[in-house]
Design a protein around this ligand. Structure first.
Ligand code: ATP
Length: 439
C-alpha cells in the first residue's frame, strides 16, 4: 500500500450535449487502479444545491480517495483525463482539485455543507484553494471548482449508495432499451432500493433521457442490495461496466437549515416555519400559491402541481401552522421572490369552520339577512337573531409530513421509506464495487 493519501475532487465536465462527470470518475477509477492506487472509500457522488441556475442536470460532483506512492504521476494522469474528457466546447467549466493527506480542513467541510443550500461564488472557491494549499486546475470560467471542493469537503451525516451502469461508446445518444417489468420486479423484491419505478404512472425512473453515457442508476441503502438489484434488471444492450458511489441522494440534506424570512436570497434552499396567512389560491394548471407569515414577514410560496402535494396545500386555511422546505426563486415581473415548495409539514391545524345564516329555532328554516349590521330574521315566523353562526367542518388534511410523489422526487429528496434512517457503513473493498465488462 502506498504512503500518500490523495483525494481528488472533480465537477462540471459535462454539458447537456453529452458526457457526465460520473463517467469521467468511472474512467479515472480504472486508471487509478491500473496504476496500483488503493481506494480508501467508495467514490463519492455528492449532490449540491439543486436550485443553482447553471447546473446541467442533478448538480452532482464527485470525489475519490486513494493511497499511492506516486501521487505526482496520478495527478498528471487525472489532469490529462479531465482535459480530454471535458465537454468545454458545449459549455462545461470543469474543475479538478487535489488534496494530499488524510485530514480535511474544517473550512473545506464548511464549504461542502454550504454548497448544499447556498449559491457560492467562484472567487470564494479560489480563495479557499489558496488558504488550504490545494492544487487546483480548471478550464472555462472555473465554476467547476465550487463542486470539486464541495465534493471533497462534504461530510456525510447519512448516506445512500448508487450503482451507475455505463453504456458502450457506440450506443451513446441512442434510445435506452430496458425491460420495465424487470425494474418493477426489482423494486418489489429489493425493498432497500428506492425511486426506481413509479407504479402509479407505470414509468421507469432509473434511466436518464439524455445523450449521456449512463444507462441506469439504481439507488439504495447498501452496496450488496444494489449488486443483487442490478442482476435483476434486463437491459436491451450490452453494457460497458458499472461503478458504485457513496452518495447523499435521498438524504434531504439540502433542506436542513432554516431560512430567514427577512433575508431570502435567490437560489437558497432550506426551510421556513410560520402561519398560513390566508386561504391559498389555486392558479391555472392546478399550481397553488400561499403566503406564510414567518418572523413577521410574508413569504410567498408556490406548490406546483407536478409535486403531487398541491392538493394538500390547497386544503390549508388561514392560521394553520406549517413548515415548508424548498428553494428560493428570484422575483420576476408580477411575481415576488418565491419559495418553490418541496415538502409541507403540517404542525398545527386551525379548526375548520363555515359561517352560515342562523336557523330559525321554530321552523328550522334559514333566516334572511336584514341588511348590513341589522341581524337576521325568519321570513315565516319573524323570529330574529343578531349574528351569523359558525359550524365546525372536518379538515381534509392531518398533522403530517407531505412529500412529493415519487415521480417528482429530486435526487436529494428523502423518500418516505427513508424517513428516520441513517447509514454510515464502512468501505468494503472486497465487494465488486467497480467492474468493467469484458467485450
Ligand atoms: P450532472 O448531474 O450531469 O453531473 P450537473 O447538474 O452536476 O450535471 P454541472 O455541469 O456539474 O451540472 O454544473 C453545476 C455547476 O454548478 C458546477 O460548476 C458546480 O461547481 C457549480 N455549483 C454546484 N453547487 C454550487 C453552489 N452551491 N454554488 C455555486 N455553484 C455551484
Amino acid at each position: 500500500m502506498g504512503h500518500t493519501t490523495l483525494q481528488i475532487g472533480l465537477d462540471d465536465t459535462d454539458s447537456v450535449r453529452g458526457m457526465c462527470t460520473t463517467f469521467l470518475a468511472y474512467a479515472m477509477v480504472g486508471m487509478l487502479r491500473d496504476q496500483g492506487a488503493r481506494f480508501l472509500d467508495y467514490p463519492r457522488l455528492v449532490r449540491l444545491n439543486p436550485n443553482i441556475p447553471w447546473k446541467t442536470r442533478g448538480n452532482g460532483a464527485v470525489a475519490l480517495k486513494v493511497r499511492t506512492d506516486d501521487a505526482p504521476r496520478l495527478k498528471e494522469m487525472a489532469l490529462d483525463m479531465m482535459e480530454s474528457h471535458a465537454d468545454t466546447a458545449n459549455g462545461a467549466n470543469p474543475g479538478l482539485v487535489f488534496l494530499e493527506g488524510d485530514d480535511m480542513p474544517g473550512e473545506m467541510s464548511r464549504f461542502g455543507s454550504l454548497a448544499l443550500w447556498r449559491l457560492i461564488r467562484r472567487q470564494d472557491a479560489r480563495r479557499l484553494v489558496r488558504r488550504c494549499g490545494l492544487e487546483s486546475h480548471h478550464l472555462g470560467n472555473g465554476q467547476g471548482l465550487v463542486g470539486a471542493i464541495a465534493a471533497l469537503g462534504y461530510r456525510f451525516g447519512d448516506n445512500t449508495m448508487e450503482m451507475l451502469s455505463y453504456r458502450r461508446g457506440d450506443r451513446f445518444g441512442t434510445r435506452r432499451d430496458i425491460s420495465a417489468p424487470s425494474v418493477r420486479r426489482m423494486q418489489e423484491e429489493v425493498p432497500s432500493t428506492f425511486g426506481s419505478y413509479d407504479v402509479r404512472r407505470d414509468r421507469v425512473l432509473i434511466t436518464p433521457g439524455g445523450p449521456d453515457p449512463v444507462f441506469y442508476g439504481i439507488r439504495g441503502e447498501d452496496p450488496k442490495s444494489l449488486l443483487r438489484a442490478s442482476e435483476m434488471i434486463k437491459a436491451g444492450e450490452p453494457l460497458a461496466g458499472y461503478l458504485l458511489f457513496r452518495s447523499n441522494q435521498g438524504t434531504g440534506d439540502h433542506l436542513q437549515n432554516r431560512l430567514d424570512a427577512r433575508d431570502l436570497r435567490p437560489y437558497d434552499s432550506g426551510v421556513i416555519s410560520g402561519t398560513v396567512a390566508a386561504k391559498p389560491v389555486t392558479g391555472r394548471g392546478g399550481n397553488v400559491f400561499l403566503d406564510v407569515v414567518s418572523g413577521g414577514r410574508n413569504v410567498c410560496c408556490a406548490v406546483y402541481r407536478e409535486t403531487g402535494i398541491a392538493t394538500t396545500a390547497g386544503e390549508l386555511i388561514a392560521g394553520d401552522g406549517i413548515q415548508v422546505g424548498g428553494g428560493i426563486r428570484r422575483a420576476a415581473p408580477g411575481r415576488p421572490r418565491t419559495l418553490n415548495v418541496e415538502f409541507i409539514r403540517v404542525l398545527r391545524l386551525e379548526r375548520g369552520t363555515v359561517w352560515t345564516n342562523p336557523a330559525c329555532p321554530q321552523c328550522k328554516k334559514r333566516m334572511k339577512s336584514r341588511g348590513q349590521n341589522q341581524g337576521y330574521r325568519c321570513q315565516i315566523c319573524k323570529m330574529q337573531s343578531p349574528a351569523r353562526v359558525s359550524r365546525p367542518v372536518p379538515r381534509d388534511i392531518r398533522r403530517d409530513l407531505y412529500i412529493p410523489a415519487v415521480g417528482a422526487h429530486r435526487h436529494l429528496t428523502r423518500p418516505r421509506q427513508r424517513l428516520g434512517r441513517i447509514n454510515n457503513a464502512a468501505f468494503d473493498d472486497e465487494l465488486p464495487w467497480f467492474v468493467v465488462y469484458r467485450k
